[in-house]
Design a protein around this ligand. Sequence first.
Ligand SMILES: CC(C)(COP(=O)(O)OP(=O)(O)OC[C@H]1O[C@@H](n2cnc3c(N)ncnc32)[C@H](O)[C@@H]1OP(=O)(O)O)[C@@H](O)C(=O)NCCC(=O)NCCS
Length: 336
Amino acid sequence: MSLSIVTLDPADDAECGEAAAIMRLASLAETPDMPALSPRRYMARFRNPQLGERRIGFLAREDGVAAGAGLLILPDEQNRDAAMIELHVLPERRRRGIGRALHDHLTGIIRAEDRTTVLANTSESLPGGPVRPGDGSAFAAALGYRRASTAHGQALDLREVPAERLLAGTAPHTGGYSPVVWSGDVPEADVDDIAYLNARLLQDAPTGDIEWEAEKPDPSVIRNYERTYRDKGSTLFHAAMRDDTTGRLVAWTLIEQLDDPSSWGWQQITLVDPAHRGHRLGLAVKIHNHLQVRAKAPELHHVHTWNSAANHHMIAINEALGFRPSGATIDWQTRL
Ligand SMILES: CC(C)(COP(=O)(O)OP(=O)(O)OC[C@H]1O[C@@H](n2cnc3c(N)ncnc32)[C@H](O)[C@@H]1OP(=O)(O)O)[C@@H](O)C(=O)NCCC(=O)NCCS
């Protein structure tokens, strides 16, 4: 067998399309319980860096046929000693050394950049959840990575949430705070508050043993997220709680609706500023968002989310909402 690995030109639709198609098929095999996402969404993985990072895509051909894809993410402002990798091999071409060859290629670049920490993630089954084959985890363990953190995936059917009843239960605790909901971009007047809450996520949410520097609050990070979500074809639904005394947003949550299938959404960040915890704002803000989604996008009913296994509080809130276990995402780490 002859194996060649090329660096993707982000402007080359044909090559990026081949790599995106591999990613799509490999992901479907790895997480059969999740929907097949649109090719546009996979293309965006190569083309839409977050602020302060570089992305380099790779395509591996076995005897001239596209068989594997890789993505290298290099943070350039913070965490400059680290790199994230993603590797995908078509299911019918696995266990022939393509994954290892892609890994060697990417780690060669990481070493040449004088970076020492490599992060990757894989999918596994959870007790009571759907079966996932776990090829990625077997591969990561074989290559000497260690488990740094486990995130529990949970899935919810929004049609089954007793939203009004749950909201009534939070009402005695949320006095002094007012809900705000919107879809699309964060209003200019609130973007500093949202940037602050967003930057707190890495500080506040338990993430196991991952070594990762917290972000600094920066409204341009929020504007860049919005641009990348737009490029993927997503629609964003936000809910927040405003502190009536200061006028500031102190709790925030976000659901991303996929373009295809539009019945699916990802429950993204939920964060309550530490000074305002203990008022059931985390539960209240999520329910306000569910009510917004129900009204504006009734076709969206499968919501998927994930939280660090150590984040017992958020997992308990989600269970109260009716979320059920789906699969686990394992973050792996190694030093070069
Ligand atoms: C992970 C993945 C890229 C591996 O690709 P691959 O081409 O099959 O990997 P290789 O053939 O180079 O395997 C290298 C070694 O990893 C281990 N390994 C890989 N898959 C394994 C499996 N399913 N079970 C047990 N060991 C496995 C073996 O030790 C293997 O060496 P061997 O075949 O000589 O025994 C592929 O399974 C995949 O695309 N998974 C979905 C995406 C993913 O989870 N990526 C995670 C890495 S970021």
